[in-house]
Write a protein that binds this ligand. Structure first.
Ligand code: NAD
Length: 244
């Protein structure tokens, strides 16, 4: 049985990804810092193991990796999905907010990957990092969020370059808007309307549609795909209409 680690697994895209892995016969280590939500989410999921961990805190990430190692040794896939959003322009973004966004969205990917890489090498496994279309395209808002996601895209390419020698692949999924708790907190009615107009498919994506791309990239079907960014965004990036 293959093992995947999914961060931010308590809800949203992470939970949908967990369920899709489980349906495909994988075992999943569900990582999240929201303990009650994580325990709730893992309830009744066979072959899923919840581990409470804040991916921005090195000690917690190392403890998580040690637990995974003691339980399973091998890790076939790491999905760095945990993320937070803040939609503000540069002039209104204070340093504490900037650091908070970077701590989860960028440091979290760095720390978790570093801790899990030895297991991925042993398994010739795969990394999928979750960025965003906000990391591909600039806007008048999202200075911290967009910058963190652009950095995740580059970090993915670094991982592909460094780890290819061990047969480890690293790819990035850049989702368009999906109705999750994260999006509901930052998408104003104006932003929602703009997305509907700017996306050729004229709708938000679903958690499952993003999960399908993530699981594909972790599978053997993507065995010659590495260092790529796949925008699962209804065509938003391809068309290039501006957003507020
Ligand atoms: P969500 O808020 O529903 O879920 C995010 C999960 O991550 C939560 O369970 C939360 O507790 C967890 N989390 C946050 N910070 C953490 C930390 N430091 N350590 C451990 N867990 C942490 O959000 P979502 O929409 O499912 O987002 C998942 C990913 O997809 C994020 O990286 C997000 O940036 C990205 N994304 C989302 C959208 C969207 O429109 N929803 C669009 C593009 C990209």
């Amino acid at each position: 049985m293959r093992t995947a680690i999914v961060t931010g697994a308590a809800r949203g895209i992470g939970l949908a990804t967990t369920k899709l892995f489980l349906a495909g016969g994988w075992r999943v280590m569900m990582i999240d810092r929201d303990a009650p939500a994580l325990m709730d989410a893992a309830q009744g999921l066979e072959h899923a193991r919840p581990i409470i961990c804040d991916v921005s805190i090195p000690e917690q990430v190392n403890a998580m990796a040690a637990e995974v190692s003691a339980s399973f040794g091998q890790v076939d896939a790491l999905v760095n999905n945990a993320g937070v959003a803040d939609f503000r322009p540069l002039q209104d973004t204070d340093l504490a907010t900037w650091r908070e966004v970077m701590a989860t969205n960028l440091d979290g990917v760095f720390l978790t990957s570093q801790a899990v890489i030895p297991h991925l090498k042993a398994a010739r496994g795969a990394i999928v990092n979750i960025a965003s279309i906000s990391g591909l395209r600039a806007s008048t808002l999202r200075v911290a969020y967009g910058t963190s996601k652009a950095a995740v895209i580059h970090l993915t390419r670094q991982q592909a370059a460094e780890l290819g020698e061990w047969g480890v692949r690293a790819n990035c999924v850049a989702p368009g808007p999906v109705d999750t708790k994260l999006a509901l907190a930052v998408h104003s009615p104006e932003i929602r309307a703009a997305y509907h107009d700017a996306i050729p498919l004229n709708r938000y994506g679903t958690e499952r549609e993003i999960a399908e791309v993530i699981v594909f990239l972790c599978s053997d079907k993507a065995s010659y795909v590495t260092g790529q960014v796949i925008a699962a965004d209804g065509g938003f990036d391809a068309v290039g209409v501006g957003l507020p």
